[in-house]
Design a protein around this ligand. Structure first.
Ligand SMILES: N[C@@H](CCC(=O)N[C@@H](CS)C(=O)NCC(=O)O)C(=O)O
Length: 262
């Protein structure tokens, strides 16, 4: 049995769920338990020592990182293919994935740090949120160029790049009121993609999970949930003007960096 360790709001987890659902693969969803100041539990940590979601197990095979999980799914269950065979097209699609994973993702994550977890208030919050909205607008312009006159980011058919873009655009819209301009090519694509059964189910699960988020803000405040500041997220917070947020998080011991491998 395939097991996917996930949180429904994680855009990385959503990518992999959409892929599994598109291919009609049966899988069991598990949300890791809470331990060590974050998501943990031995079963999950064995699957992913980074303690990040998603992680996938297929019998004895344990895989972490959403891109590597997508590759495994595509390699093992090729039908229907989510990547075309043309090398240039595959590269184009993977660049979209990379931009969403490392450039767009911290926008929603950072807005969550401010709006859900109260990391900044007043002027500082306004600066960070203002910068985030500007960055998101530029990113939508970039995405609009990538879409061009295609029906799907992937081309003629829904695929890999569509499932990489949709979790982020959706999260911006449902959690932070940042949506593509009405009737724009991106808005029309978003409408089309959102009604695909694999996507609709995944987005609904994400939406349902937002309601419980307030409980986490108390955990963060008490240092019981240490949010992971790493890579692009750490850079983003500093770049958006939130160096103080990082410093305060270190002082309060309610942020963490990557775990060591052992
Ligand atoms: N590069 C990883 C990133 C995964 C990731 O950062 N997941 C977040 C959730 S969106 C996570 O589990 N963070 C750890 C935490 O919040 O404690 C991937 O693509 O799977």
């Amino acid at each position: 049995m395939i097991v996917l360790y996930q949180h429904p709001l994680s855009p990385y987890a959503q990518k992999t769920k959409i892929a599994l659902r598109e291919k009609g693969i049966e899988f069991e969803l598990k949300t890791p338990e809470f331990s060590r100041g974050g998501f943990g539990g031995s079963e999950f940590l064995q699957a992913n020592p980074r303690a990040e979601m998603p992680a996938l197990t297929d019998g004895d095979i344990k895989i972490f990182d959403s891109t590597i999980i997508l590759e495994y799914i595509e390699d093992k269950w090729n039908e229907p293919p989510l990547l075309p065979s043309n090398p240039a097209e595959r590269a184009r699609i993977r660049m979209i994935e990379d931009v969403m994973d490392t450039y767009y993702e911290p926008i929603n994550w950072g807005l969550g740090e401010i709006n859900f977890f109260g990391r900044a208030k007043g002027e500082l919050a306004e600066t960070i949120v203002g910068n985030a909205k500007e960055q998101a607008a530029k990113c939508r312009q970039w995405l609009t160029k990538q879409l061009g006159d295609r029906e799907w980011f992937n081309g003629d058919h829904f695929g890999w790049s569509d499932l990489c873009v949709v979790p982020h655009i959706n999260l911006s819209a449902i959690a932070f009121d940042i949506a593509p301009e009405a009737n724009s090519p991106l808005a029309n694509w978003f409408k089309r993609v959102s009604v695909r059964p694999s996507v609709a189910q995944t987005l609904q699960e994400a939406k349902d999970s937002i309601t419980g988020l307030e409980q986490f803000s108390h955990l963060v405040e008490q240092g019981l949930f240490k949010r992971e500041y790493r890579d692009h997220r750490l850079e983003w917070m500093i770049r958006m003007g939130g160096l103080q947020v990082v410093v305060a998080g270190i002082e309060k011991d309610n942020i963490r960096f990557s775990y060591d491998f052992s």
